[in-house]
Design a protein around this ligand. Structure first.
Ligand SMILES: [Fe+2]
Length: 199
């Protein structure tokens, strides 16, 4: 299978999520798309000083986002709200750093392994595996495709030194390539009515 169209990818994901509890088939689809597709460039949107979250597709089963990373950008350390998350690198080189909470209240997070991914590389995570942060490799920028099944509307972000966390609501910088000025609840309501919103 050679996937070159993001809507074909979404159809294939929908058919593969069921009966694939370890996500092997889904990871293969994302790898295939990452190695062959170019249409994701229409959804790229970079911002000064921070990475961006760009909604590509959302349905009852999953959400697909394009994240754009400039040199020096970094996500907070975060959990995944009990959902499965795959990250496929489309361009550049990205690092994933694992963390875990120590037993008992308070205390710094324990840093685990760091992995690097280049175009076609796919990472998988859920809360039982680890917390993590994502950033471009030194001197690199990057673009990554994130599949959340189900969608993650909020997650906890963690302070490395104390292990303290707070719940944050996640928003979108663009939706299908258009700059998003609506609150995330409004975007979710539109997609919840089925398919991409018109216009
Ligand atoms: Fe993540």
């Amino acid at each position: 299978m050679t996937l070159t169209d993001v809507d074909e990818l979404c159809t294939a994901i929908r058919g593969s999520l069921v009966g694939d509890p370890r996500g092997i088939k889904v990871a293969k689809l994302l790898e295939d798309y990452a190695l062959h597709a170019r249409d994701w460039r229409a959804f790229c949107h970079f911002a000064e000083g921070r990475y961006t979250r760009n909604l590509v597709y959302r349905c009852a089963e999953f959400e697909l986002l394009l994240l754009c990373w400039g040199a020096g950008h970094e996500s907070p350390i975060h959990c995944h709200d009990g959902q499965d998350c795959w990250m496929a690198v489309l361009d550049g080189e990205l690092e994933e750093v694992h963390f875990r909470q120590r037993r008992g209240p308070g205390g710094a997070l324990a840093e685990g392994r760091t992995s690097r991914f280049q175009r076609g590389g796919v990472a998988f995570i859920h809360d039982a595996i680890a917390l993590h942060l994502i950033r471009p490799a030194p001197r690199s920028s990057g673009v990554s495709l994130h599949l959340y099944a189900g969608a993650i509307d909020r997650c906890r972000v963690f302070e490395r030194e104390t292990g303290r966390s707070e719940l944050v609501t996640l928003g979108y910088d663009t939706v299908r390539g258009e700059v998003c000025t609506k609150p995330p609840e409004a975007v979710r309501a539109e997609w919840g009515r089925g398919g991409p919103p018109a216009g």
